[in-house]
Design a protein around this ligand. Structure first.
Ligand code: DX5
Ligand code: ZN
Length: 217
């Protein structure tokens, strides 16, 4: 069953509690929580205080996508503040420190994931594939919601799907960026398990219908 992870980057932060309640009622599987530091990406979003509030407001599974340099500095804090899964970018630090970050997340009893930007080849996830619960493939340049889906990322998704299947790994394959009811069909066909969608969910009045349309694409 395909999972849908609405990204609250496109939500109304002044009414975050009810926004998240709506997606929970609408059948969303994860809440996707985008963290940006203005260095790794050219934008600043939300961080630990918002995560703590969100944790108190919902029991949904929170998938934290850290778009920050040297995530090793903060992974423990994100775990302790309520994330259920913490995703770090492979481009954000050295391979040793990315691995150490994953160990720190696991040591907190949380799930861990690695993420790759569009210009990063699929092979960059190989060293981590046995150690992660999730691989996230970006299908836009990270930093902003509402961008167009990059169709040339589909072969990358297929390739990673193939590796996960050949090794029978329990790892989920998540796709983030420009996913809507149309592109969701392509992403599912390429082998994704978890579809992140920001504007395609929060810019529609009927969140439940939006989530259904993505899941059933
Ligand atoms: C972009 C974020 C995404 C973003 C997706 O850097 O990682 O999660 O919110 O937004 P849409 O679905 O609008 O492309
Ligand atoms: Zn994201």
């Amino acid at each position: 069953m395909i999972k849908v992870a609405p990204s609250i980057l496109s939500a109304d932060f002044a009414r975050l509690g009810s926004e998240v309640e709506e997606i929970a009622r609408g059948g969303a599987d994860y809440v996707h929580f985008d963290v940006m530091d203005g260095l790794f990406v050219p934008n600043i979003s939300i961080g630990i205080p918002v995560l703590k509030s969100l944790r108190r407001a919902t029991d949904m599974f929170i998938d934290a996508h850290l778009m920050i340099v040297e995530p090793i500095r903060y992974v423990e804090a994100f775990c302790k503040s309520g994330a259920d899964l913490v995703n770090v970018h492979v481009e954000a630090d050295t391979p040793e420190r990315v691995s150490a970050s994953l160990d720190m997340i696991r040591a907190q009893g949380k799930k861990c994931g690695v993420t790759i930007k569009p210009a990063t080849p699929a092979e960059a996830v190989l060293p981590y594939l046995d150690a992660v619960d999730l691989v996230l493939v970006m299908t836009v340049e990270p930093g902003f919601g509402g961008q167009s889906f990059m169709h040339d990322m589909l072969p990358k998704i297929e390739k990673i799907r193939g590796w996960i299947d050949v090794r029978s790994l329990p790892c989920e394959l998540e796709v983030d960026g420009g996913v809507d009811a149309e592109t969701a069909a392509l992403v599912k066909k390429a082998g994704a398990d978890v579809l992140v969608a920001g504007s395609a969910v929060f810019r529609r009045a009927d969140r439940s219908a939006a989530i259904k349309a993505i899941r059933n694409a």
